[in-house]
Design a protein around this ligand. Structure first.
Ligand SMILES: *[C@@H]1O[C@H](CO)[C@@H](O)[C@H](O)[C@H]1NC(C)=O
Ligand SMILES: *[C@@H]1O[C@H](CO)[C@@H](O)[C@H](O)[C@H]1NC(C)=O
Length: 456
């Protein structure tokens, strides 16, 4: 999971003195959109009860300004070097502002559904994509323990072309977020790329050593990064989809520095404590090219139900199983057709086989503990993330095209979807697909078999 695009705002002026950590702003009240979901017991989705939840947008998208004033602390892809000469000064001088979810960020929630719009032209700036977390109450994230359970949701991604990713995933973030702003302002993010594009890490500004992005007017890379285990339940557009565990050791929130972070944002992708690649199940990539897409077995021109089972007990995660429900039919994940691979679910052995069949030179999933450490990460409790993003590092080609782009398309594992290798350039998708959106709804969670009528 990768970058973030941010909002810039107005400039007036500054006042700054008091010392506090990661302050919350006071210009705009923070009112979380409400979204209900269901906790299920029993079998077949018949005994589920409503849970009232709320949603919060990640701190990175928010206006950062001088404490009690209007001067930007961060504008475009740069920090104000006066207010933010050091991380400590920056942390105490600046505050993270409340959000107008619909007008500024294109986020709307109603009843049990959430819609994320790709481009939103606001009063002060144009917002690109978003990332939101499910909360239990106004200051705590909802913590999910996935092992032994099943997570089900509906998704409409008919409006997502090549290059966009409407993602639903889990990360081992701290329940209360970080700093004074806390979870209420969407702080505390971490993932298996050891995210370095975050403006705050562990409650402190990440301003020192920040390098502005060369192709993203809203983003940059800081010296520090935040790592933690990541379970990508759903990374998808209307062309391709992937289910991908990313292991980390340690599994929980940990801070990295510079190249040692590894991942997308660092020179050496494999230098860190997390598996940046993951062990993915992408039907197209394992040879089944007519399974997922518009008009296919799972028809992405219509809403579908996505079921993911986290089979195992305690911290012992043994298998990740996927079903789809569409038009009243339950559709199992397909068997791979690539020679040498069998099994329509992710197990440790499935990952081992895929690594060999695809002749991958590296196997970071295993180096960081594989399924065993993924299970431990889940046992810490994970936060549900829903996002819509475009990819300033690899144009999303790892999901929906041939990747690496110079591979022989017939080499097992090279082809991941039918998008062209020239697709997915952020500048193109941002201008050509400004109206793209993804809708997630009808979330259900409970023991295996409790959220839907499984095939017998
Ligand atoms: C940067 O912050 C200083 C105060 O620390 C303020 O005087 C100045 O106007 C800010 N610069 C910009 C470009 O916002
Ligand atoms: C549960 O939530 C849904 C969606 O918000 C709503 O339509 C339904 O009436 C709720 N049911 C109960 C029993 O509260």
């Amino acid at each position: 999971m990768v970058p973030t695009s941010i909002l810039k705002a107005i400039t007036v002026f500054l006042s700054a003195t008091a010392v506090t950590a990661q302050n919350a702003g006071s210009q705009q009240s923070e009112t979380h959109p409400k979204m209900s979901w269901k906790r299920c017991t029993g079998t077949g989705g018949s005994s589920c009860s409503n849970v009232s939840g709320e949603l919060v947008i990640d701190a990175n998208w928010r206006w950062l300004h001088a404490k009690g004033g209007y001067t930007n602390c961060y504008d475009g892809n740069k920090w104000n070097e006066t207010a933010c000469a050091t991380n400590a000064q920056c942390t105490s001088n600046c505050e993270i502002e409340g959000a107008d979810y619909t007008k500024t960020y294109g986020i709307t929630a109603s009843s049990d559904a959430l819609t994320l719009k790709f481009i939103t032209k606001g009063e002060y700036a144009t917002n690109i994509g978003s990332r939101v977390y499910l909360m239990k109450d106004s200051s705590n994230y909802e913590m999910f323990k996935l092992v032994g359970n099943e997570f089900t949701f509906d998704v409409d991604l008919s409006q997502l072309p090549c290059g966009l990713n409407g993602a639903l995933y889990f990360v081992s973030m701290p329940q209360k977020g970080q700093g004074k702003a806390g979870a209420k302002y969407g702080t505390g993010y971490c993932d298996a790329q050891c995210a370095r594009d975050l403006k705050y890490i562990d409650g402190e500004a990440n301003a020192e050593g920040w390098e502005a992005s060369s192709n993203d007017p809203n983003a940059g890379v800081g010296k520090k990064g935040a790592c933690c285990a990541e379970m990508d339940v759903w990374e998808a557009n209307s062309i391709s989809t992937a289910l991908t565990p990313h292991s980390c050791q340690p599994e929980g929130y940990s801070v990295c520095e510079g190249t040692g972070c590894g991942g997308t944002y660092s020179g050496d992708r494999y230098a860190g404590t997390c598996d940046a690649n993951g062990c993915d199940f992408n039907p197209y990539r394992v040879g089944v090219k007519d399974f997922y897409g518009k008009g296919m077995t799972v028809d992405t021109s219509k809403t579908m139900t996505v079921v993911t089972q986290f089979i195992g007990s305690g911290t012992g995660l043994t298998e990740l199983k996927r079903f789809y429900v569409q038009g009243g039919k339950v559709i199992s994940n397909p068997e791979p057709t690539v020679e040498g691979m069998t099994g329509n679910s992710i197990t440790q052995q499935w990952c081992d086989t895929q690594q060999k069949v695809f002749q991958e030179e590296v196997y970071p999933f295993n180096e960081h503990g594989g399924m065993a450490s993924m299970g431990k990460g889940m046992d810490l409790g994970m936060v549900l993330v829903m996002s819509l993003w475009d990819d300033h590092y690899a144009n999303m080609l790892w999901l929906d095209s041939i990747y690496p782009t110079d591979s022989d398309p017939d080499k097992p594992g090279a082809a991941r979807g039918s998008c062209d290798i020239t697709s997915g350039v952020p500048a193109d998708v941002e201008s050509n697909s400004a109206n793209a959106q993804v809708k997630f709804s009808n979330i259900k969670f409970g023991p295996i078999g409790s959220t839907f009528a499984a095939p017998s």
